[in-house]
Design a protein around this ligand. Structure first.
Ligand code: ACO
Length: 334
């Protein structure tokens, strides 16, 4: 059986930096509150006239990943696009990437697993490559959160957490035994679907209603039970790491790097303490970008790649947890 290897990663972040102090001019919050609870110092937001979008940022990240992988766009034979903030309700942004890259009529799969979307997509790419159906997959995680946040005091419990950005990876078939994506695991727990969700536009038990925020607040903005998310996330991240290591007969001593989805710095630190990881075994960048949902993990990878910190033979575990609830992970040997 073939192995699937990540051969290039890229990212894209809007230039517009929004600090905690900037947010405190829009709502009753403070740099101190946000940093203490989340670790976030600033995030990026696209801004009017909105020339960027989830698809456009995904395209920019893809160009960097293609360049670093040393492939040509036409080598790509499958596009997988993970996002919870698509440009359109339908179609998903995967097809827009096919158009922007100007490549042949390859398949474009849109993944809706929110914060876990990139990890679900990685598993999909891995499986298509292992079966031999595709050779070179472009995987994107991209999000535009800013245009869907309530940037008033009422929305401060969630609006302070999120940012815009994109990351991408090229995953290719390899003959090298024992290297590349060695395992992936996917999970869901739908009993908590309504604990972190956005109700519309959806077609279940509701009508499309856009006639006033006061009346339909819960229909228009995302809802999050922050404490429940926190309690579950701090359990699922360590479980996911151990699931990957156990599946490969490895231990925490073998782990060179844990890349957690950047939900909240406190969640990452909690997981680090539970697993007793050294500071050099975990990488966080939520301080600079906030939570970019499906884009956090490829942005982390791309920054490490740019710094030359990813070394051949190293063992990485990537893990995400989020709305659904869903959680998912992968173990990679570079
Ligand atoms: N600025 C100032 N005050 C605020 C803000 C804000 N941005 N947001 C809420 N508050 C206030 C509340 O109104 C409340 O005030 P009150 O005591 O007068 O009623 C007080 O702060 C405490 O509110 P809580 O919601 O209880 O605050 P908590 O300590 O739980 O922190 C937080 C909220 C940061 C969201 C926390 O629950 C958390 O970290 N949860 C994890 C959620 C998460 O990380 N989600 C990421 C997205 S999902 C994912 O990626 C997995």
């Amino acid at each position: 059986m073939k192995q699937a290897k990540i051969i290039g990663v890229g990212h894209y972040l809007p230039d517009n930096i929004v600090t905690n102090d900037d947010l405190s001019k829009l709502m009753d919050t403070s740099d101190k509150w946000i940093q203490e609870r989340t670790g976030i110092k600033e995030r990026r937001f696209i801004k009017e006239p909105y020339e960027q979008s989830t698809a456009i940022m995904g395209f920019e990240a893809s160009k960097m990943a293609i360049d670093r992988a040393g492939i040509k766009p036409e080598d790509i034979d499958l596009i997988v696009f993970a996002t919870m903030t698509p440009d359109y309700y339908f179609p998903g942004p995967g097809v827009i990437i096919q158009k922007l890259l100007g490549i042949g009529h390859v398949g474009a799969i849109d993944v809706r697993a929110q914060c876990s979307g990139f990890m679900y997509g990685l598993s999909i790419a891995d499986q298509y490559i292992k079966t031999g159906m595709y050779k070179t997959v472009l995987l994107i995680g991209s999000e535009t959160q800013s245009t869907a946040l309530d940037l008033t005091t009422r929305g401060r419990g969630t609006a302070t957490l999120f940012g815009d950005g994109a990351g991408a990876a090229i995953i290719q078939a390899s003959e090298e035994e024992g290297k590349g994506i060695l395992s992936t695991h996917l999970h869901s727990q739908g009993e908590f679907a309504e604990k972190l969700y956005m109700k519309t536009p959806g077609t279940g038990k509701t009508k499309f209603i856009y006639d006033g925020i006061e009346k339909d607040y819960d229909n228009i903005f995302g809802y999050m039970d922050g404490q429940l998310v926190f309690k579950n996330a701090v359990v699922r991240f360590p479980q996911a790491v151990m699931e990957e290591l156990n599946a490969n007969n490895l231990s925490l001593d073998d782990l060179d790097m844990f890349l957690p989805h950047q939900a909240n710095l406190r969640i990452s630190q909690f997981a680090q303490r539970t697993l007793k990881l050294r500071d050099d075994q975990i990488f966080n960048n939520i301080q600079k970008y906030g939570n970019t949902t499906a884009a956090t993990i490829p942005i982390l990878l791309s920054e490490l790649w740019a710094e030359g910190r990813i070394k051949e033979g190293q063992v990485y575990v990537l893990a995400a947890f989020g709305s659904g609830f869903t959680w998912a992970s992968a173990l990679i040997k570079w």
